[in-house]
Design a protein. Sequence first.
Length: 604
Amino acid sequence: MLLSSLVAQASPLSEQQVKQLQGLVSQLNPIQQAWVSGYLAASAQLAGQSVAVAPSAVAAPAATLTVLYGSQTGNAKHVAQDLGKAASGKGFTVKVQDLAEYKAANLKNERFLVIVTSTYGEGEPPENAISFYNFLFSKKAPQLPELRYAVLGLGDTSYEFFCKTAQDFDQRLAELGGKAIIARADLDVDYGTAAANWQQQLITTLEPEFAQAPAATADVISWPGVSQTAAAESSYSKQQPFSAELYTNQKITGRDSSKDVRHIEISLAGSGLRYQPGDALGVYFSNDPQLVKELLLLTGIAATTPVLLGTERLTISDVLTEQLELTQSYPAFVDKYAKASGSAALQALVADKTALRSYLSERQIIDIVREHPALISAQQLVDALRKQQPRLYSIASSQAEVEDEVHLTVGVVRYEAYGKPHLGGASGFLAERLAEGGSIKVFVETNNNFRLPENDDTPVIMIGPGTGIAPFRAFLQERDARAASGKNWLFFGNPHFTQDFLYQVELQNYLKQGLLTRLDVAFSRDTAEKVYVQHKLLKHGAEVWQWLEQGAHLYICGDGARMAKDVHQALLTIVQQQGGKDEKAAQQYLDQLRIAKRYQKDVY
């Protein structure tokens, strides 16, 4: 044994210390031994000591697999973490890291790199990947002739720019001289099996090289974004959700409001689940039984017909109710349903991607089948549909105040189209089909890129129109519980003061107490000229600039397609006007705020 031989040669340890050391080492796996070795060596160097070790005991640096993720909703994070665990299980030295935390200057030192990323909006990188993306496409990006890399994209084929960020990363790394380990994969919403297959292919391809490499040294296997405390206290997750009880379902918009917004309270008692302000709650839901019944009638399928979902044998009715997506439409369904039904009209639509995207933007799955009913087999219907994905809602409470509860602010998706009423899948379930006292499967999705400042003296500016107010209700509860002295400024907007002022009493009480320093509201339909939160920001531009210069953290939550972009533009204008900067310098100012985690977004 190497340790025994070293001790025998010359040991400064007592006999008892040697026995204790050997006892500890015998309980560690090779990676843990490497970490301890590196820790002791680093400690000795910091203390200014010289450590003499037998040459045979010193290993060359191990190959390290760096896995980075760009994630908007948590999916890419989970895939990256699964990949890291699988690779470390094969003996690889692995580092898994959020792209927001990764130091881009280290890129030139990487030899094996994997990027797992989603795409947001119109082909844009997710919020936590923006800084790295900008660096990679800048003149500062280094040549990478020694790099071997792999890119995995997660996306939704319903969107025009499907997996564009992954494609951009792949192309740019190749331009800089990197060589792909395996081909990039662009995966749709139902990515589970394909991601696992890609992961296995990657590990199999790398295994010979990592097997030839020296044993792992002191490289840290890290899993940022995972709360170790929460993991220790609760075994519930996206893969194993907790069956929670619905406490409260309260409509908080007026009778004449154009919006139906619900305040939802859910019990987490007995789960051990912990969350922080800024996190989201994942919600699984059951589809509307009437929707399932109509779909089966239109396709001529008996409700008790057995089908296969993966390796499970279930009735078609159960599968449609609990496991498949029936509201959000997508190109793959039209393609498969067109082939199963033999519909020439749908087949022609599939061939025209622009027309197909426009067609899907206005229709749910049931609308497509209503327009093109056809007798198909139960298995054909199941194979055409994709698995239901849980919906994520920004948490609207702090556990410091509500303890074993979690609160949500849910905007119910409800509209008339093609002569029929339509409801959102999860929001309809929460609002209308789940009775108080009923059971709902949930999990906590951490979001370390939307956090209150650690220093309670720091001022914060919160911009959250509509249901975007949810995390800021949590922020205020948390700041109140912590007796934080930092100033708090909230911008809120909605159509009408009398109908849509969400949490009005709570906010006014916070104003009276002094917790909420400023509250600026924009009710767009109450004035002849529509006024939104971005207009309120511009109106108070001098004060906003003053707060930012005093170190304020800035947060935006809500609609990412329009509101967040309009607010960003308003902020650019404020920085230019109040800070005396040109457009480029203003953008750099906001970029620096983002890098410093003083400008954070939770948009959807």
